[in-house]
Structures are given as C-alpha cells and as structure tokens.
Write a protein that binds this ligand. Structure first.
Ligand code: NAD
Length: 480
C-alpha cells in the first residue's frame, strides 16, 4: 500500500500516472478537502484502452482460467490483508460508517475469490445439429471492457463489475465516480502487487462528462458495464450504440417493503429500518417505500419511527448508525424532494438537513418518514438517494401488488408474510429483478444475480450469470 493513498495517481499500462490536473476529494462529514484524484480525460482513456488492448493481444487472451483464477485469488487475499486501511479510506471517501465500509471490503474480496472459481468452471455446450458434424459453443471474452461505477459503493461495485470480466479473460478500463475514487484506485494498485500484467486492469479517475463520456464512446471497447443513474445510463447506452457496443445498465430503484398482516414484525422492523438507513439511504436497492396492511400500519410506522429517533448520526470513522450524504449537491437534492415532493403526506419524523456539533460543514440529513403518502407523489415515484422512507397502507393483496409495482423502476421488492402461498404469488407477480421474502439485503450476496426490470436497467451482475455477460458466444460447426 502506498504511503499517501489520499493523493493517488491513475493506473495506466501498469504505471502510476500523475496528472497536472486534479479533482479535490471532500470529506463528506466536514465538507473539507481531504485528498485529490487525477482528472483523467479523453487522452488518458485512449492510453488506457490501448494498453488494455495490447495486454489482451500480448498475453491475457492466452491465459488459462486457472492462471486468471490464481491472480484473482491473490488479489482477494491482498484486499483482506489491507482490509483495515481500505475500510478507513472508503469510510473517509464516502462518509459511510466504518462497520459498513468493513463489510464492503469483505465483499469486494469475495467478488474476486468467487469469480476466480466461477471462471474456472465456465463451459460451452455441444449441439446435436447433424449426424456428420460436430457443433459446439465457446464463451469468448470481448477483449477490452469499460466499467463506469458510481460513488455510493465504490469498492463493492468495482469488484462486482471488474472481477467477472477479468475472470472471463477481458482486460479492463475502470472509471470510478469522481466523488469517491480512492478505494477503486487502491484495488488497481493491489492488482499490480498481486501480479496482474501491465494493462490488464487500468483505472482512470475523472469527471463523468470527460473521462466517462470518452470511455462510453470509445470504439476500442467491446462491452460496457455501467452502474449509475438513469439519465447517465441513457447517455452511455446512446454513445455505445454508435459503435454497436453492448451495455449492461444497473440503474436506480424505488424498492418496496410490503408488510402483510401476518408478518413477523420482530424480524421485519430492524431489517426494514436498515434497508432505508444503510449508507444513509444512498443505495440503489434502498427500501424507500413501505407498504403496510391497514391492520398493522400504525404498529409498523411507530416501530420504524422509534428506531429513526434513536439513529445516531456522525462521522463515518466514529461508526455511527447514519453517516453524511456524499455531497452538498446530494443533500440539497434530497432536501428539495422532501420539501416539495410529499404530495400532502404527513411528515412523521425528520425532514431537513442535520447540523452536528463540530461537524457543521458536513452533509448530514435527518432520517425521515412520511405517512399516508399518495402513490403519485414525487416521493413515492422518484429515487431520493437519502435516508427517507414513504409509508402508506393497503387493504388487500391485490392492492399491495398494484402499489408495489406502481413505479417506473423494478430493481428489488420485499414481502413480509408467514403465508407461503402468498409469498410465492407475490414473488411471481412483482415486477423486479430480485424479490426477497422475509429478508432484505443490498443484493443478497455475491452469488445471487442482480439487475433491473423496467427502467432499473438491463443485464445482470453478480452470480454465475454475470460471467456470461462479459463473454460473447461463438458457435463452431465442424463437418466430418
Ligand atoms: P451517475 O449516473 O451520476 O454517475 C455514475 C457514473 O457515471 C460516475 O462514474 C460518473 O462520473 C459517470 N458519468 C457521469 N456522466 C457521464 C457521462 N456523460 N458519460 C459517461 N459517464 C458519466 O450516478 P451516481 O450519482 O454516481 O450514483 C447514483 C446512482 O447510481 C443512483 O441512481 C443509484 O440507484 C445508481 N446505482 C445503481 C446500482 C445498481 O446496482 N442498480 C448500484 C449503485 C448505484
């Protein structure tokens, strides 16, 4: 690990590339500058794509799954060896509580370990097409893949995006979010330490409209994995379409927790609260809508309210329950939606930025609950990306399903019930890429595929499926 990981260089072709132009890194808990990252642009992206292509042609395309697996496992081990330092860095960079940052480090290590094994198990198939021919399929890498990731889970999403691509045999160019790039750059450094050849994993930090736009429009890329907002996802897909480059879009959500009358509330309440407050609500799968059967509505809302009242806000390094939002811009966006988007709902708790003693410059926001929220209110429809939940009641299973599906998003849904038949019916009919029953999690483990229905995107990350996303299928027919 470098001595000064708060002022890192870009990583291009195995070199640490220092740039004259930099972007300030702000500590979200204080609003003060705590580091800098290089401001990469089109020429650094060109250099990184060239380096990746050369690495692919020179050696990476000839590596066996086992050789790649060994390197991925070595990187996973190095991440765990540096876990304390990485967690401190991630917590400083994003503002998230240290315990959450430690989990993120464990998860990014697990991605590299998991895809090492999945990559080694990749198989094609044989096809009985004709009596006098041997037909079979091969899953081949694209060559060079682009990865554009956001600031909310920089370490986790770097692992989720890059690990399957490397395992599939691609070389990667990674563009992390400009608000939080320190962790992803350290993964690039550790990859070199683990022995990945120069150019196999390049990390070019920079602004989205500069480095990000250059990467999405680059003709030397074979595939793009994008995680971020819907408007930017649309731009990335449009730019890639000019080059006929496929894209996976992991976009936002407005995920419901649906609580039926027969739910086990002892189990449900802490999980529901965590689904909103984890990472201060800046989670694509945040449980930002709470739909409760009318017979238990008051009980559930009171219980969530009690936990919101007790939630401790603070600096990530002090390991509070809720850290700051990432930036003043994000805090102001949340404040604006909360002030103007409730559609007449009752404000039960919170509702404004929080000012903490000694951390007056921080970007904190109070945990916030609205009750009786109309289905068409902007807060019921739009992703807030803050510690805000809107509650409302329903009277029948049909109404619960209609309300749960009534947004343009479809990332995750959760159902709380002790009726197995109802759980299955809901799981069948909910329009989201993932359904939890009596549980909730930011994705549910590295083994389980995650991705959107509707405007939450397309393509799947995580699980064995993600490896196939980073491969193109070749059919071979050999006539006897
Ligand atoms: P964002 O879309 O603003 O930025 C995401 C990335 O795109 C960043 O690296 C940014 O620099 C880059 N970018 C910005 N403009 C670009 C352009 N013109 N061309 C190419 N790249 C560009 O999103 P954000 O604010 O960083 O992250 C929050 C969003 O991400 C939320 O909508 C959240 O739901 C979503 N998200 C989704 C998942 C998922 O798995 N579905 C996970 C985490 C976050």
């Amino acid at each position: 690990m470098v001595a000064d990981n708060r002022h890192p260089a870009a990583i291009i072709d195995g070199e640490h590339v220092v740039l004259d132009e930099t972007i300030d890194v702000l500590d979200p808990a204080t609003g003060q500058v705590c580091g800098t990252i290089p401001r990469g642009g089109a020429s650094e992206i060109d250099a990184a794509v060239d380096a990746a292509r050369r690495a692919y042609d020179r050696e990476w395309r000839r590596t066996s799954p086992k050789q790649r697996g060994d390197l991925l496992r070595r990187l996973s081990g190095l991440i765990l060896e540096n876990a304390d330092e990485l967690a401190l860095l991630e917590s400083l960079d994003t503002g998230k509580p240290l315990t959450q940052a430690r989990t993120d480090v464990a998860v990014v290590a697990r991605y590299f370990d998991f895809y090492a094994s999945v990559g080694e198990a990749l198989e094609g198939s044989t096809i009985a097409a004709a009596a006098d021919a041997h037909a079979y399929t091969r899953h081949e890498p694209y060559g060079v893949t682009g990865h554009i990731v956001p600031w909310n889970y920089p370490l986790q999403i770097t692992g989720r995006s890059v690990a399957p691509s490397l395992a599939a045999g691609n070389c990667c160019v990674l563009k992390p979010g400009e608000e939080a790039s320190l962790g992803p750059i350290q993964i690039g450094r550790l990859a070199l330490e683990a022995g990945f050849p120069a150019g196999v994993l390049n990390v070019v930090p920079g602004y989205g409209h500069e480095a990000g736009a250059a990467l999405s429009a680059h003709p030397g890329i074979g595939y793009i994995s994008f995680t971020g907002s819907r408007p930017v996802g649309t731009l990335v897909a449009q730019a890639a379409a000019e080059n006929i480059v496929p894209v996976a879009l992991e976009l936002g959500g407005k995920s419901p927790n649906v609580v039926f009358a027969d739910a086990n509330l002892e189990l449900a309440i802490p999980t529901i609260v965590n689904s909103v407050l984890q990472n201060a609500g800046q989670t694509c799968v945040a449980g930002s809508r709470l739909l409760v059967h009318e017979s238990r509505y008051d009980e559930v809302v009171d219980a969530v309210h009690a936990r919101f009242r007790e939630a401790r806000l603070g600096r990530g390094h002090d390991d509070p329950d809720v850290g700051p939002l990432i930036s003043a811009k994000q805090r102001d966006r949340v404040a604006d939606l909360v002030s103007n988007g409730a559609g007449g709902a009752e404000l039960i708790h919170g509702g404004k930025p929080a000012v903490l003693d000694g951390l007056e410059g921080g970007f904190f926001f109070e945990p916030t609950i609205f009750g009786g929220t109309p289905a068409d209110a902007p807060l019921s429809q739009q992703e807030v990306f803050g510690p805000v939940v809107v509650a409302s009641s329903f009277s029948s299973d049909e109404e619960a399903l209609t309300r749960a599906n009534d947004t343009e998003f479809g990332l995750v849904s959760a159902v709380w019930t002790s009726d197995v038949s109802r759980a299955h019916r809901m799981a069948d009919d909910l329009q989201s890429g993932m359904v939890f029953v009596n549980s909730y999690g930011a994705g549910g483990g590295v083994e389980v595929p995650l991705g959107g229905y509707k405007r939450s995107g397309y393509g799947r990350e995580k699980g064995a499926e993600a490896l196939l996303e980073f491969c193109q299928l070749k059919s071979v027919v050999i006539k006897y």
